[in-house]
Design a protein around this ligand. Structure first.
Ligand code: AMP
Length: 283
C-alpha cells in the first residue's frame, strides 16, 4: 500500500495523532531521499520494531555549506515512494524547505564537543544543521525510536548527545553499514562517481579491511594502523584524503592505542563526491 504522504507539519501531526495509543510505538527514519538499500535496512528495522513506521525525506539546506552540493544533490521522490510503499511504510513526511524554515527563523541547535572534529572541521556548521533538523523532526513527529546509520557515525553520536543533553524522549538506534557487493559503502552520493572514480573509491573500504587485519594480527598502535590505511588510500590517485583517524567509539576523542572500542573513520574526496566510511576495532 502507498504510504500516506504529508507535506505539511500539521498534516503529519494529525496523521500520527490517529495512530498513537498508550501501547503503540512510532519509529522514525530521517533521510534526504534518493533511497538505497542502506536506507531500506533502517526502514525495515523501524517497521519491525514499531507499530507505525515513519520516513522523512528532506534535503536539509541547513546542513550544506555554501560551496557544497545542495542543488546537485540527487532527488527522485517517485522512486522513493515506490520503494517505501513496498516496505510497508505508514507515513512519509516530505516537507518543502519553507515548511520547515521561516525566513526569520533565529534558533538553531549547536553541539559543541564531538561535532567539532572529523567532518565538523571540514564542514563548518554542518552538524548545527543536522541537530536543528533532527530536533525539529523529533518535535514534529514525536517518535519513540529513531534510526540512524553507522555509516554517518559522527552524526549518530552527535544526535545521541543532542537527545541526551536536551532530554528528548526518544531512543536512538544505530544500524550497521550496508555495502555494495564489492565493499563500497552505499551512499546517495555514489551517483556522482565516474567509472574510474568508482574503482578508486573502493580504496576506502579496502583500507578499513586492512586496518582490521592489522588490528586482528595484534597491532594496537594507531599510528601504525593508520600508516597502513594511508598506504592503501594513497595507492589510488583519484582519492584525496580528507581525514583518516582512529577515535574512541563513544567520545570520538583521539586515541594512541586501541584499548577500548574504537572507530577507524575515513573521509575522502573522489571526483565531485565526498565519501565517508568507518569500521570498529573491538579488543
Ligand atoms: P541520508 O539520506 O544520507 O541523510 O541518510 C539517511 C540515513 O541513512 C542516515 O542515518 C544514514 O546514516 C543512513 N545511511 C546512509 N547510507 C547508509 C548505509 N550505506 N548503511 C547504513 N545506513 C546508511
Amino acid at each position: 500500500m502507498m504510504p500516506h504522504v504529508a507535506r505539511k507539519v500539521s498534516e503529519a501531526r494529525k496523521y500520527l495523532e490517529g495512530k498513537r495509543s498508550s501501547d503503540s510505538r512510532v519509529g522514525l527514519v530521517p533521510t534526504m531521499g534518493f533511497l538505497h538499500e542502506g536506507h531500506l535496512s533502517l526502514v525495515r528495522r523501524a517497521r519491525r520494531e514499531n507499530d507505525t513506521c515513519v520516513v522523512s525525506i528532506f534535503v536539509n539546506p541547513l546542513q550544506f555549506g555554501p560551496t557544497e552540493d545542495l542543488e546537485a544533490y540527487p532527488r527522485d521522490m517517485d522512486r522513493d515512494l515506490d520503494l517505501l510503499s513496498s516496505e510497508g511504510v505508514d507515513l512519509v513526511f516530505a516537507p518543502d524547505p519553507d515548511e520547515m524554515y521561516s525566513p526569520d527563523r533565529s534558533v538553531t541547535v549547536t553541539e559543541r564537543d564531538i561535532s567539532r572534529s572529523l567532518c565538523g572541521s571540514a564542514r563548518p556548521g554542518h552538524f548545527d544543521g543536522v541537530c536543528t533538523v533532527v530536533l525539529k523532526l523529533f518535535n514534529i513527529l514525536s517518535p519513540d525510536r529513531a534510526y540512524f546509520g553507522e555509516k554517518d557515525y559522527q552524526q549518530l553520536q552527535v544526535v545521541r548527545r543532542m537527545a541526551r543533553d536536551l532530554d528528548v524522549d526518544v531512543e536512538i538506534r544505530g544500524c550497521p553499514i550496508v555495502r555494495e557487493k564489492d565493499g563500497l559503502a552505499m551512499s546517495s552520493r555514489n551517483i556522482y562517481l565516474g567509472e574510474a572514480e568508482r574503482r578508486d573509491a573502493l580504496a576506502l573500504s579496502k583500507a578499513l579491511v586492512e586496518a582490521r587485519s592489522a588490528f586482528e594480527a595484534g597491532e594496537r598502535d594507531c599510528r601504525k594502523i593508520l600508516a597502513t590505511v594511508r598506504r592503501v588510500l594513497e595507492a589510488h590517485p583519484l582519492v584525496n584524503i580528507d581525514y583518516a583517524e582512529i577515535r574512541d567509539a563513544e567520545t570520538l576523542l583521539p586515541v594512541e592505542r586501541v584499548e577500548g572500542r574504537a572507530v577507524v573513520a575515513l573521509a575522502a574526496r573522489v571526483g565531485k563526491a565526498r565519501l565517508i566510511d568507518n569500521t570498529f576495532l573491538e579488543p
